[in-house]
Design a protein around this ligand. Structure first.
Ligand SMILES: [Zn+2]
Length: 396
């Protein structure tokens, strides 16, 4: 057996107790094996069967549905009979536009095997082929950025929807992101449109600055601190800025500073502000825009409305890293360090032959690399897996 698959199997044999899926009998299960076979439309009666299946197949990827079905193993959605679906939010570092997420980027030519650092060139400098593979990597800075999004998402779900703690399932995907599922009964029956609204709410897209600071005649209506959602959040943050500015900490636009007292009463008590200048309205709307930009959560908006999605089985191994798709409580999320805490594979030594540049990296507190292409290195399995699964090495 491929030593990597053997290492996955060892994990599933030793750690099967950590595999947990609520209401497993109503889920569709999907697995992708190490030889690329897709096992679809499978269901299991209980957790024991799922754990046994994982230990037997030792798949490269293992997924379960957000949907709860009458007949989860049926071949079509119509036959499956959707009973309800958890609301899923997907945070993927690739969508965050964070520079650190390009750390260790490399490429390899699929025709001749030439490789190099950075983004792939248009054509291979050695053989001219245009069939080049883009090879990404993991970095702590990139994963931190994704985690910050997840933490903001939990804050918004709690403050705006009243969803918290045991109504949620949060987990690291095992790669470059986080998933958050709302498990609570009251959300299971939501339709696509309502899910789309939830996605656009958390991502701040439903926000319109002209509605939040609204002028009619000579009266400016502002949001108030005791309101829910984005209006309340904007009001509270602005009030803090206004109150903080008396200590000279924040520079307010002069149009806003001049009317500070009136704005504090408007935001705090809802006393309308009379005769606002055009500059004042413009500056307030701009400040609101900045608050939303800083607080919004950048999720993949295509994912949330889709009730037929599958995501990784919590605590299963990710086939691009060998890391655990680790289930976390909201408290655990804050201190969670993926490249330490999510290591699931053993430290048995294995020899790897690199086929592309490998950047310097840290896993489980140990530093590895950088390695040139074409060298043999002896590594613990958890570090070797990253190189192998990221397509930068082979077992000789
Ligand atoms: Zn080439």
């Amino acid at each position: 057996m491929n030593p990597l698959r053997a290492a996955f199997r060892e994990y599933y044999a030793l750690r099967s107790r950590s595999i947990f899926v609520p209401r497993i009998d109503l889920r569709e299960i999907m697995m992708v094996t190490f030889d690329g076979t897709v096992i679809r439309h499978v269901s299991v009666k209980n957790l024991e069967s799922l754990r046994a299946m994982l230990a037997r197949e030792a798949p490269r990827h293992a997924y379960y549905s957000v949907g709860l079905y009458e007949r989860p193993a049926a071949k079509s959605m119509a036959e499956k009979g959707l009973k309800g679906a958890e609301v899923l939010f997907d945070i993927d570092a690739d969508h965050l536009g964070v520079d650190e997420c390009d750390y260790g980027l490399a490429w390899r030519c699929k025709s001749c095997g030439e490789s190099g650092d950075g983004a792939p060139p248009d054509a291979c400098p050695k053989c001219g082929s245009r069939d080049l593979e883009r090879l990404d990597w993991l970095s702590e800075g990139c994963l931190e950025a994704a985690k910050r999004e997840a933490i903001r998402l939990l804050e918004i779900l709690e403050s705006d929807l009243g969803v918290s703690g045991d109504e949620l399932m949060v987990y690291y995907t095992g790669h470059r992101g986080y998933h958050v599922r709302i498990l609570s009964e009251r959300f299971l029956g939501l339709g696509k449109e309502e899910r789309r609204e939830l996605a656009s709410h958390v991502s701040g897209l439903s926000f319109d600055p002209e509605e939040v600071f609204y002028v009619k005649g000579s009266v400016l209506t502002t949001p108030r601190v005791d309101e829910g959602g984005w209006r309340g959040r904007i009001a509270r943050e602005m009030l803090q800025l206004l109150e903080g500015s008396s200590g000279g900490k924040t520079a307010l636009p002069s149009s806003v500073a001049e009317r500070r007292g009136e704005l504090v009463r408007a935001l705090g008590e809802g006393v309308p502000l009379i005769n606002p200048t055009r500059a004042l309205v413009r500056d307030l709307r701009r400040m609101a825009e900045e608050i939303v930009q800083a607080r919004r959560v950048r999720i993949d908006e295509m994912v949330t409305p889709d009730t037929s999605r599958l995501t990784r089985i919590p605590n299963s191994l990710h086939g691009k890293t060998g890391l655990r798709a680790m289930a976390l409580s909201p408290d655990e999320l804050r201190d969670f360090q993926p490249l330490g805490d999510a290591v699931g594979l053993s430290d048995d030594q294995i020899r790897v032959f690199t086929t592309a540049p490998v950047p310097r990296f840290r896993v489980k507190g140990e530093s590895f690399g950088p390695y040139e292409p074409g060298v043999g290195v002896d590594l613990p399995m958890f570090a070797a897996a990253l190189i192998l699964l990221k397509g930068r090495g082979v077992i000789p």
